[in-house]
Design a binder for this molecule. Structure first.
Ligand code: SF4
Ligand code: SF4
Length: 345
C-alpha cells in the first residue's frame, strides 16, 4: 500500500479538484443528523460526522431505477441507456466501504453480472475517512472496522494531518495535483498506530463479542426469542432502507396515462415486508413477523457468510438507530451472550 501525508488545510483543495470533473457527494448536516448529499462547496461537508441516517448504497442501487422503457403500440423496447454521472463519494467510513464491497460481490457475480449496478460502480470514486465509533457501532465485531480494498483514497486522521492510503492511480494523480503531498515519516506511522488504538478503545463495550455466531444462529433457530422479536416488529422496512447491505428489490411495470407506453423499474424491497415472500397462488412462505425478522438476521449473520465468506452485516449500527422497537443484530448478539451465560450456570 502506498501512503502519502497531507495537512487538513489541504482537504478543501482536494475536494475542489474533484469537483472539476465529478459530482461530489459527501456527509452533510441536516438538523441534528447527517445524510449523504451532493455538495457544491467544501464548507457544506461535515467530515467529522458520527454516521449518516442512511448509507451511500443509493448511489449504486437507486431506490427506484428504470431498467428499460416500452411502447406497446410499436411493440418496442428501448435499449438500456447509461446516464450515470461521474461521481466521488467523499468521506465514507470503513464500514460503508465494506458494505459496498458486499454489494459488489452480489451484483458483479460472473454468473449474472448486473450492468446497471456496474455502470454506477465504474463511474464512482470512493474517498474514505477514518471515524470515531458511536454507541451503536460494532463494525469491529464484523471484521469491517478497516477498509482494505474498495477505495480510491482513504484519509486516516492523524492530528492536524491525514495519512492518505492510495487505492487508484486516477485518485492519486488528482491528490498530487491538488495538494502539498509529502512522504509518510516514522512519526506519521506512529501517529497512525496511536489513532487506530484510540479508535479500537472507543467501541461500546456493552455490545458483546460473540464467537461462532453462525453456529449459534443454527442452534437457536426455534428459540422463543424470535417470537418475541416478531411480536414487536412493525414490518416497516426502516431497517432495510437504512442498511448499507440490504439489496433486495422488486420489479414493477409503470404505465403512462393511456396505458400504451411505460417503463420497467426496480425498486427497493425488504424481507421484513409481509408480502415479500408471497408467491403466485397467494401462498406466503414467511407469513409471520417472527419468521421474517429471523430470516433477516440469518442472512446478515449467517447465510451470506456461507456463500461469500464474510458477514453481510458490517456493524454500522444504523438499523439499531432506525428501528422504533429496538430490533437489531445488537439484540441478537446480546441474546447469544445471555444464552452462553445461562449454559455456564
Ligand atoms: S425490525 Fe424494526 S425497523 Fe425492521 S421492519 Fe421490524 S420494526 Fe421496522
Ligand atoms: S444489519 Fe444493521 S448494523 Fe448490520 S449493516 Fe445493516 S444496518 Fe448496519
Amino acid at each position: 500500500m502506498l501512503y502519502r501525508v497531507i495537512d487538513r488545510a489541504d482537504v478543501p483543495s482536494l475536494v475542489a479538484a474533484f469537483m472539476e470533473r465529478y459530482e461530489v457527494v459527501a456527509p452533510v448536516r441536516r438538523g441534528e443528523k447527517y445524510v449523504f448529499a451532493a455538495v457544491s462547496d467544501f464548507d457544506e461537508i461535515a467530515l467529522d460526522y458520527p454516521t449518516t441516517i442512511a448509507s451511500p448504497k443509493k448511489y449504486f442501487l437507486p431506490a427506484t431505477e428504470t431498467l428499460f422503457e416500452f411502447d406497446a403500440r410499436e411493440n418496442a423496447v428501448t435499449d438500456y441507456v447509461d446516464e450515470v454521472r461521474p461521481r466521488v463519494l467523499f468521506g465514507v467510513h470503513a464500514c460503508d466501504i465494506n458494505g459496498i464491497m458486499n454489494l459488489n460481490s452480489v451484483f458483479n457475480d460472473p454468473r449474472y453480472p448486473d450492468p446497471y449496478y456496474r455502470a454506477h460502480q465504474d463511474a464512482t470514486l470512493i474517498v474514505g475517512v477514518s471515524c470515531t465509533p458511536g454507541d451503536t457501532c460494532f463494525c469491529h465485531l464484523m471484521d469491517s472496522e478497516e477498509a482494505r480494498p474498495g477505495y480510491d483514497l482513504f484519509l486516516n486522521a492523524i492530528g492536524e494531518a491525514f495519512l492518505v492510503s492510495i487505492g487508484s492511480v486516477t485518485a492519486a494523480n488528482i491528490l498530487e495535483g491538488a495538494c502539498d503531498v509529502r512522504e509518510a515519516t516514522d512519526a506519521d506511522r506512529a501517529a497512525f498506530r496511536a489513532a487506530t488504538r484510540a479508535r479500537q478503545g472507543a467501541f461500546n463495550g456493552a455490545i458483546p463479542d460473540v464467537q461462532e455466531i453462525p453456529m449459534l444462529m443454527d442452534a437457536f433457530h426455534e428459540d422463543g426469542f424470535w417470537d418475541e422479536l416478531g411480536g414487536r416488529c412493525l414490518s416497516c422496512n426502516a431497517c432495510a432502507s437504512v442498511c448499507p447491505t440490504c439489496y433486495c428489490f422488486d420489479i414493477r411495470d409503470t404505465l403512462d396515462p393511456g396505458a400504451e407506453t411505460g417503463r420497467r423499474e426496480r425498486v427497493w424491497d425488504g424481507c421484513t415486508s409481509p408480502q415479500f415472500a408471497m408467491v403466485a397462488g397467494g401462498h406466503n412462505f414467511r407469513p409471520t413477523a417472527a419468521e421474517r425478522v429471523r430470516h433477516r438476521m440469518y442472512h446478515k449473520l449467517n447465510g451470506f457468510l456461507a456463500t461469500h465468506d464474510r458477514s453481510l452485516c458490517v456493524g454500522c449500527g444504523r438499523c439499531a438507530a432506525a428501528c422504533k422497537v429496538g430490533i437489531s443484530p445488537i439484540e441478537v448478539l446480546k441474546f447469544f451472550e445471555r444464552k452462553g451465560a445461562d449454559d455456564g450456570e
